[in-house]
Write a protein that binds this ligand. Structure first.
Ligand code: NAD
Length: 376
């Protein structure tokens, strides 16, 4: 079986789906790996690095696609209709955000697996690419904030007097939010955080941050999988009021709140933003799903009376080596159980494989995606 790694074509993408260390592992399972020439360049991995790991290199994309049994990618390839029928495609396919874009995969009889749909069960932890990328994004958001803020993060006691620490508010304390809290704390900031899930409180406090609680009157805020559910407008409004109050005293706000498959909740209103101190910074990590701040614009910087709002769309791509390393390990963990003696054996009844599948043999395998396509 031949596993093909494509060069990413999306603007600004610097990650690669497999790093040479993973190529070696897959070749150890008797698979062949072919890399599209230059696929690793932006993640500091040359064609020679891949050759040394045992891969073939080709710059003929058409021939690569015709010879592929499995294609692994970071982002959904734009040329799915040119893939050979029956090819397995694995990557961030955005099945719930852009379901209609997967119609060519259905029409070409591709078997597609979306890393976004890998269930968060214990056995699949090593395949959890969403967590890997959220970790990178949470870290990098704080680094950007620290670099752009006109103040320092740590408390400093100098001969010229005391410099107070920066204050950071993190909205949404999932994987990205917790990493942002940890990173801001390491830089010496005073941190507080808000999340609708009560369970997040303990994790926030264990990182040395203050947890902001809102009385939602016993409302159910999370589903069986541990994800937040979409809240009523009234419940959201209670959160917004508390956030607006705390926004006045913080130098940096990092927002990470998401509800899977839905628009991101609006947590920062215009009044909350204009109530912040001039020079404050907002980093909105929910830009790709509509943003947590009502004023943020995806991939742009907005300046409101000296308060700057950034909504970067792809922070993991700005840390391409480590983001690729983590992603590559996630992909390899997903692929390994599908390879037996160098041959593909895909068991759709497996409790990780089945739920991750979007299309197979010309059918939608995921009911949520099928419903989203029908409604689009
Ligand atoms: P996510 O990216 O979907 O959301 C980020 C955070 O936003 C979540 O903590 C969510 O509660 C919060 N949020 C949503 N709506 C909000 C609102 N209106 N106000 C404030 N906060 C809001 O989530 P995620 O980071 O991918 O993970 C969420 C959950 O999944 C957590 O419980 C996490 O511990 C769990 N998880 C489990 C595993 C595993 O078991 N393998 C792996 C990763 C994450």
């Amino acid at each position: 079986m031949n596993i093909v790694v494509l060069r990413e074509t999306q603007a600004g993408e610097a990650r690669v789906a497999l790093m040479p260390e993973s190529v070696k592992k897959l070749i150890g399972l008797k698979a062949a790996v072919t890399i599209e020439s230059g696929a690793g360049t932006n993640a500091s991995r040359s064609d020679d690095d891949y050759r040394e790991a045992g891969a073939e290199i080709s710059d003929d994309r058409k021939a690569l696609l015709q010879g592929a049994d499995v294609v692994v990618a970071v982002n959904r390839p734009e040329d799915l209709s040119k893939f050979k029928p029956g090819t397995i495609v694995i990557g961030f396919l955005r099945p719930l955000d852009e379901p209609a874009a997967l119609k060519p995969a259905l029409e070409s009889n591709l078997t597609t697996f979306a890393m976004e749909l890998v269930p968060r069960i214990t056995r699949a932890q090593s395949m959890d690419a969403l967590s890997s990328m959220a970790t990178v994004a949470g870290y990098k958001a704080v680094i950007i904030a620290a670099e752009r803020l006109s103040r320092m993060f740590p408390l400093l006691m100098t001969a010229a007097g005391t410099v107070p620490p920066a204050k950071v508010l993190v909205l949404g304390a999932g994987v990205a939010g917790l990493q942002a809290i940890a990173t801001a704390r390491r830089l010496g900031a005073v941190v507080e955080a808000y999340d609708v899930r009560k369970a997040a409180g303990e994790q926030v406090r264990s990182l040395g941050a203050n947890f902001l609680e809102v009385d939602l009157g016993g409302l159910k805020t999370e589903d069986a999988g541990g994800y937040a559910v979409e809240l009523s407008d009234e419940a959201l409004e209670r959160g917004r009021q508390l956030i607006a109050k705390h926004a006045q005293t913080n130098d940096v706000i990092i927002t990470t709140a998401q509800v899977p498959g839905r628009r991101a909740p609006v947590l920062l209103t215009q009044a909350a933003v204009t109530g912040m101190k001039p020079g404050s910074i907002i980093i909105d990590l929910a830009g790709s799903t509509g943003g947590n701040c009502v004023l943020s614009k995806p991939d742009e910087t907005v300046d409101v009376n000296g308060i700057r709002i950034f909504a970067p769309l792809n922070l993991p791509a700005t840390v391409p080596v480590h983001a690729s390393q983590l992603y590559s390990r996630n992909i390899t963990s997903f692929l390994t159980p599908l390879i037996k003696d160098g041959q593909l054996q895909v068991d759709m009844n497996d409790d990780v494989v089945g739920p991750s599948c979007v299309t197979h043999e010309g059918k939608w395998m995921n009911q949520r995606v099928a419903a989203a396509v029908a409604g689009s």
